[in-house]
Design a binder for this molecule. Structure first.
Ligand code: GLU
Length: 470
């Protein structure tokens, strides 16, 4: 039987988690969950000048928010590269002892001169191999790669990709200052963490032949590789800040539900027929790395919004309330203590909003009295006649024992007939009084959800203003 699947997501904590990284994490997570394997989080922080603890926290938060839980990784010790230096050093010694690596003392100046000469010849710089047979005992440690032949990366997405060894060189494993290089750490980590499948961005494809040669030198089994294509902006250039929000945190703060972003990212480069909406369980069941596209995917914010709206519209009410409450608070407002009422309010808003931020903005009137009324409508409706109508409405509603949608509707319709008006005349007046706006969810719902006391207080206040305007 094949070894159980073990995959990893290995971010460098040099910034926030971006959608490209998030998608790589998601594909790894889906692959692990589909195969009932393990998903490992490893922090590649050997670049100490650019790695920060704040970024680690931000990445961990973003993955947690997305619901991509890991089976091994921080906060457990041993999953940060800076904690693993002894392991790299031990592997370096093994390669040296086996003659698969050698020391090189070429000075940076000499290497720079050779690099410049190569550039002038329009060639990629390759180390000359000058120190290969010198038997030095100090310096930078280089991997001795075969001079002939080729290494084939049998990529699960791209198929076989061949790299001629003459295009590669004896790359540095450990620098003169004894710090291990990025490619070396990745190999040692993947080996010692028993990774079976390396799924990562295809910007790493050119590193893979180098890494495979290192596995072979260590006499380790080479894992499977899958390189996921880039994400591009609408103009087909690599997705960057220029294209708007790109970090997971920015999407979270803009009020996209995590499920919508996960669904969106899964479809970015992966497909299953023409299905667009997938539950997590479906994604786990259907995800196959072989169905990931070889071509780059274009980030489409409109489609993400469409999915977000779909999730807001269809998710369970209690869940929506849980997601919306922090956004209500972030807007400086307080959600009602009564959960059923809060869910009722959200039910009237969820059809129209693309994000939780929009939803809260559209429903702001539920949580605070209008401080202003739309001026044009106020001019038209808050008049002597308006005051008279409001007065009648207030009296009727006060007399009503129940304050349900049905009772309110009955009262308003009855009064409309009595005054010889159209429903819209009273409805717009009540809407303006209670919400300050001319557009809102159905007014009978708004009144019922706002409650008797609050609704009447707002109607009275509008009446006062109408009387004063007269
Ligand atoms: N640390 C690398 C990055 O953030 C990932 C390397 C890998 O997955 O092998 O791009």
């Amino acid at each position: 039987m094949a070894a159980p699947v073990r995959v990893r997501f290995a971010p460098s904590p040099t910034g926030h988690l971006h959608v490209g990284g998030a998608r790589t994490a998601l594909f790894n997570w889906l692959f692990a969950r589909h195969h009932r394997g393990a998903f490992i989080l490893r922090i590649e922080d050997t670049d100490r000048s650019r790695s920060t603890d704040e970024h680690i926290v931000a990445i961990v938060d973003a993955l947690t928010w997305l619901g991509l839980d890991w089976d091994e990784g921080p906060p457990a010790p041993g999953y940060r590269q800076t904690e693993r230096l002894a392991i790299y050093s031990e592997h370096a010694q093994r390669l040296l002892a086996a003659g698969r690596a050698y020391y090189c003392d070429c000075s940076p100046e000499l290497l720079d001169r050779e690099r410049e000469a190569a550039q002038r010849r329009n060639e990629t710089f390759r180390y000359s191999g000058r120190c290969r047979e010198r038997g030095l005992t100090a310096g930078a440690l280089r991997l001795r790669i075969p001079t002939e032949g080729a290494t084939v990366v049998n990529d699960l997405i791209h198929g076989p990709v061949t790299f001629e060894h003459r295009q590669l060189d004896d790359w540095i494993l450990v620098r003169t200052d004894r710090t291990p290089t990025y490619n070396f750490c990745v190999v040692v980590d993947d080996v010692t963490m028993r990774i079976t499948h390396v799924i990562r961005g295809d910007d790493h494809l050119s590193n893979t032949p180098k890494q495979i040669l290192c596995y072979e030198a260590l006499d380790y089994a080479v894992p499977e590789f899958a390189h996921v294509s880039l994400i591009l902006g609408k103009d087909k250039s690599r997705l960057s800040k220029r294209h708007g929000a790109t970090s997971v945190q920015a999407f979270r703060d803009a009020g996209f539900p995590a499920d919508a972003l996960v669904n969106y990212l899964a479809r970015l480069g992966w497909s299953h027929g023409d299905q667009e909406v997938f539950s997590r369980a479906e994604l786990v069941e259907l995800f196959d790395i072989k169905d990931v596209a070889t071509s780059a995917a274009v980030f489409d914010a409109i489609k993400l919004e469409w999915l977000s709206q779909h999730y807001l519209k269809t998710m369970d009410g209690a869940r929506l309330a849980g997601l919306a409450a922090p956004f209500v608070r972030a807007a400086g407002l307080t959600p009602p203590a009564d959960q059923a009422r809060f869910v009722g309010m959200l039910d009237t808003l969820r059809e129209r909003a693309k994000t939780l931020v929009e939803l809260v903005e559209q429903g702001r009137f539920y949580f605070e009295r209008p401080s202003v009324y739309e001026p044009k409508a106020a001019q038209k409706l808050l008049t002597v006649e308006g005051a008279r109508r409001l007065h009648a409405l207030i009296e009727r509603l006060e007399a009503e024992r129940e304050f349900t949608v049905a009772a309110i509707e009955r009262v308003v319709r009855g009064l409309t007939d009595e005054l010889g008006l159209k429903l819209v005349d009273l409805a717009q007046l009540a809407r303006l009084a209670v919400t300050g706006r001319t557009a809102s969810p159905p007014i009978f719902d708004v009144l019922a959800l706002s409650g008797r006391d609050e609704s009447l207080a707002r109607l009275c206040r509008a009446r006062e203003i109408a009387e004063r305007a007269a």
